[in-house]
Design a protein. Structure first.
Length: 205
């Protein structure tokens, strides 16, 4: 992948967290532990991530994580286990890639196969077409399915916090989700675009 292909990055969130995120930024898992917020993730996955070391001095949970593609297995889980009107994608400027000590993972950071890179090397190692494919399913080939699912969840890890100045807007699946965000977005635009949230047939109402 070329840097020019990275137009923006994405953070999956509950709409109830938007106001706090706009004020204080996107926090690492460890920093968010002391802040009241509404979770959309799986405790079992976070347990795995809590043991993953990224560098000699930092664990995975010391980073705020973003995705290159918001339509991934994490989003699929979120829309099936949370009311669809409570889900949103937070759009983040690709300029975060230029921050010090940013790490690019070539897949889901919780997976043992995923490798950490510096930003430039990590982007070069990614396959744009596979990350942005509509689906990662490979019927009849569970190994290919698992590998593609991992790749679609390639991550950008930013130490500690992503400053609110990098937040450029929001994507929501429904008008009700946009209404739920409301003034919490400040002056940032809210776009309704159902595609990243999968077909409505899988949504939890």
């Amino acid at each position: 992948m070329h840097r020019s292909q990275v137009g923006e990055l994405f953070y999956i969130s509950h709409v109830a967290n938007v106001g706090s995120i706009v004020r204080s930024g996107i926090l690492s898992h460890n920093r968010a532990a002391s802040v009241t917020h509404t979770k959309v993730d799986l405790d079992t996955v976070q347990e795995i991530r809590s043991h993953k070391r990224i560098s000699p001095t930092r664990m995975l949970h010391d980073h705020a994580n973003l995705y290159f593609c918001g339509r991934n297995a994490m989003m699929y889980h979120v829309v099936r286990h949370n009311p669809i009107d409570a889900v949103c994608l937070i759009r983040v400027s690709a300029d975060v890639l230029d921050l010090p000590d940013v790490v690019v993972m070539d897949g889901n950071a919780a997976r043992w196969e995923s490798r950490p890179y510096d930003a430039a090397s990590g982007i070069a190692a990614l396959d744009f077409d596979r990350i942005h494919a509509q689906y990662w399913t490979h019927p009849g080939d569970p190994v290919a399915h698992s590998q593609h699912m991992r790749e679609k969840q390639a991550e950008v890890l930013v130490p500690d916090i992503i400053d609110p100045r990098f937040i450029t807007g929001f994507i929501v699946p429904t008008d009700a989700a946009a209404t739920a965000i409301g003034t919490g977005a400040g002056r940032r635009p809210i776009a309704k675009a159902p595609y990243p949230f999968f077909p409505a047939s899988v949504w939890r109402r």
